[in-house]
Design a protein around this ligand. Structure first.
Ligand code: 4AD
Ligand code: MG
Length: 429
């Protein structure tokens, strides 16, 4: 069986394809089948006089989404988007598909489509998004392997929180509190003492009560951690990684971006250097734009939207107030109220895609901060050990895969960027 994307090599020759009929029409003696096989889309033409009668009659009974195996000659067709069509010589219908396929050409509401996510995934738009997501994942692996990072798999079941306790999923199994991981970061911090530079990639969980276009309760995070890197070195890695990812999507997914009607001009501008601004500078800028954000406030979603609409490059916002950030971040030696961190905000109103920082490497200071934030030092004892045996300056960051895919694809809402989204209201399909 061949793939639609390879048809060029078969011009004038016979191929065998297998796929689904996402649309069809008949003009009496000819049937036009729109075939999809996962690699692409192609029109297949069946002429009554070239097919035996029984098969022709069976073909009249198919419904949208029927599955089929067919053979045919590849012909040039300048008018079609692929440049080819198939003149069918033989076929076998595998499944006729029921006539009540719920997703039609007419507009459906998002809730309806999400209830039918298992079927909606087949649509062209959703296909394009998943193809781009796949490129983002591959480009990430590629970048880290090229740069000498080792993949370290961090656990999902943990006894300690990573990012604060308000968004934890608690599990009742171990006879004591256990949680679903919010980020593999703390485990990667242990692994740098073995491999120097590492990354993980997996699902993480946030019991987010917020219903925004940027939040999921289960999403995919890539964490990276590097020994001997300060928070500036950390930003350089992120800049290179994001540039590489966007480059790869532009290289591999032109057709998908077109299908999504994504304007690629802004993506073509994603090149180093990215913009760097301190949190203090950004607060002033936002206030001048009408935000009521205060000196030591976290940025709200609306602030991120407003700020990033102004720029066509990603923006690193550095040195947030320590009160709005996690316990492990290293304070700024020039201003103890702030930490050596950076959030990377994507342009065009998208906002935060990466959170990162230099980590506190001093045992006493880290322990003091854990106590100050009323966290239980007992569950962090293994993490504190890392500061006892050969502690070194180090930094790292974590990206949200769905946020990056939503930005690159130009999606309005993050929920379309993951195959089966989990939100406050959605556990199915
Ligand atoms: O900024 P966050 O919370 O940072 C961390 O978890 C660090 N431990 C990462 C590290 O330093 N290794 O999350 C990282 C990224 C965010 O920038 C955002 O892109 C994404 O994860 N993210 C979410 N994506 C979807 N839904 C949510 N509820 C998200 N929360 C965070
Ligand atoms: Mg963050």
């Amino acid at each position: 069986m061949e793939s639609i994307k390879n048809l060029k090599e078969y011009l004038g020759k016979e191929v065998e394809l297998g796929g689904w009929i996402y649309n069809f029409r008949s003009s009496g003696k000819i049937m036009f089948l729109q075939l999809r096989d996962g690699s692409g889309f192609i029109q297949c033409v069946v002429e009554k006089e070239k097919i035996n009668e029984e098969k022709w009659n069976n073909l009249q009974k198919i419904n949208i989404e029927a599955s089929i195996k067919l053979k045919g000659i590849v012909k040039e067709d300048k008018r079609s988007e692929t440049g080819f069509e198939i003149s069918v010589t033989d076929f076998d219908i595998l499944n006729y598909s029921n006539e009540d396929y719920p997703i039609s050409k007419k507009e459906h509401g998002v809730d309806f489509l999400m209830d039918n996510r298992h079927l909606w995934l087949r649509s062209r738009r959703q296909w394009a998004i998943q193809k781009i997501r796949n490129t983002v994942i591959n480009a990430t692996y590629e970048y880290f392997q090229k740069e000498g990072f080792t993949k370290i798999d961090s656990p999902i079941l943990t006894a300690n929180a990573c990012e604060g306790t308000t968004e934890l999923f608690e599990i009742d199994y171990f006879g004591r509190p256990a949680y679903l991981s919010q980020s593999g970061q703390l485990y990667l911090e242990a692994a740098i003492f073995s491999v120097g530079k590492c990354f993980d990639f997996g699902p993480v969980f946030r019991a987010e009560k917020s219903k925004t276009r940027r939040h999921l309760t289960e999403f995919w995070m890539m964490d990276a951690e590097m020994a001997f890197y300060d928070y500036i070195d950390n930003m350089r890695v992120q800049e290179e990684l994001i540039t590489h990812i966007v480059e790869k999507v532009l290289e591999n997914n032109r057709k998908e971006l077109e299908l999504l009607e994504r304007n690629i001009e802004p993506l073509e501008k994603i090149k180093p250097p990215f913009i760097v601004k301190t949190h203090a500078e950004v607060v002033n800028e936002l206030r001048a734009m009408g935000s009521d954000i205060k000196e030591y406030d976290d940025m709200g979603g609306d602030d991120e939207t407003m700020l990033t609409k102004k720029y066509d490059k990603p923006i690193f916002v550095t040195k947030y107030p320590k009160e709005v950030k996690a316990f492990y971040m290293k304070p700024d030696p020039d201003d103890p109220k702030r930490v050596l961190c950076s959030d990377l905000l994507a342009p065009e109103g998208y906002g935060e895609i990466i959170g990162g920082s230099q980590r506190e490497e001093d045992y006493d200071k880290l322990l003091a901060r854990i106590n100050e934030m009323k966290l239980d030092p007992k569950v962090f004892s293994w993490y504190l050990d890392l500061r006892k045996y050969g502690s070194v300056p180090h930094s790292g960051f974590g990206y949200g895969l769905e946020r990056i895919v939503a930005w690159i694809c130009g999606l309005e809402h993050i929920r379309e960027s993951i195959p089966f989204p989990r939100t406050l209201q959605r556990l199915e399909p």
